[in-house]
Design a binder for this molecule. Structure first.
Ligand code: NAP
Length: 275
């Protein structure tokens, strides 16, 4: 159990997902969690549902919490960091940011002192504690911050460490990834309907197929390739479908889609001189 106070800057969707996961797994007790937000309705909701403390002040948050999680939208991060900075102490505080696209160098510069920072990219299935999270360390962070980050984010799913230069690839793969699967579900449902299935049944079969295949990938201990080969009998129905995919530009288009997401991430990243 994390005994130090954990402070959330921003009590929105992702902060709530994290707090719920942390409480459900017992990583931290509600009396050790504080949330700060500009929105008082959000704070009242968080206090009521999770029994955590709240404050409208980021300064007050920094005074009581050595572990700070920056969970505001990236466009609000500069303002929040400026409020926090005067209250932070290099020996006492660590800042863990989930703000998409903000580099550790940007965060370190914005804080204007030698504060340990960690940059984290979670994804929306964190809401169901099925998230995929990647993180990278700032210049001053080390083993202790790695362990801390893993403990917090393992409460909402799996966690991997990457180099900062790989963060835009992470954003393209797991950050935006759920949307690709949602799109796949839409396409499978539409195809089923075109072949005569009623809408509801087509959707139900598509959803359960994606869920079941995901669970097999996660739980059967076999690679995606091995599982695919196992369901593809020679000259069978699956093979007919996969051959059609292979003869189109599908794989190439899919790779290009992820690269477009990665490049968009790079274009949106504020430069450190903006800090
Ligand atoms: N949702 C995801 O799947 C996901 C995945 C990866 C990363 N992230 C990152 O997580 C961060 C939070 O996303 P979210 O979807 O949880 O956003 P959100 O629901 O908008 O939550 C942010 C909260 O912070 C409040 N806020 C704004 N400025 C503030 C300030 N200066 N001090 C304190 N609180 C402030 C907002 O209030 P107002 O609404 O009144 O402005 C809002 O309640 C973003 O940076 C995003 O890039 C999200």
């Amino acid at each position: 159990v994390i005994q130090n106070n954990l402070g959330f800057i921003g009590a929105g969707n992702m902060a709530e997902a994290l707090i719920r996961g942390i409480l459900e797994t017992g990583v931290c007790n509600p009396e050790n969690i504080v949330a700060a937000d500009v929105n008082e309705i959000r704070l009242a909701h968080m206090a009521k549902f999770y029994g955590i403390s709240t404050t409208p002040s980021n300064q007050a948050l920094a005074q009581t919490c050595p572990i700070l999680i920056l969970a505001v939208k990236p466009q609000h991060a500069g303002e929040a960091l400026a409020e926090l900075a005067p209250e932070l102490h290099p020996e006492r505080h660590v800042l863990i940011s989930i703000a998409a696209g903000l580099t550790t160098t940007y965060l370190e510069k914005a804080l204007k002192k030698k504060i340990k920072v960690v940059r984290v990219m979670p994804n929306t299935p964190a809401r169901l504690r099925a998230g995929a999270t990647a993180f990278c360390l700032g210049q001053l962070s080390g083993e202790a911050e790695t362990l801390l980050t893993r403990r917090i984010f393992e409460a909402v799913g799996t966690v991997v460490r990457v180099d900062e230069k790989q963060m835009n690839a992470v954003t393209a793969l797991s950050g935006s990834g759920p949307a690709y699967v949602f799109k796949l579900c839409e396409m499978m449902t539409a195809a089923g309907m075109e072949m005569g299935l009623p809408a509801e049944e087509s959707e139900q079969l598509s959803i359960q197929t994606i869920l079941g295949a995901g669970r097999m990938l996660s739980e059967c201990g076999q690679t995606a390739e091995a599982l695919r080969i196992a369901v593809t009998s020679p000259a069978g129905t699956t093979e007919a479908a996969l051959k059609t995919l292979a003869s189109s530009d599908f794989e190439h288009v899919f790779k290009d889609a992820l690269k477009a997401a990665r490049d968009r991430g790079a274009a949106l990243t504020p430069q450190e001189q903006d800090a």
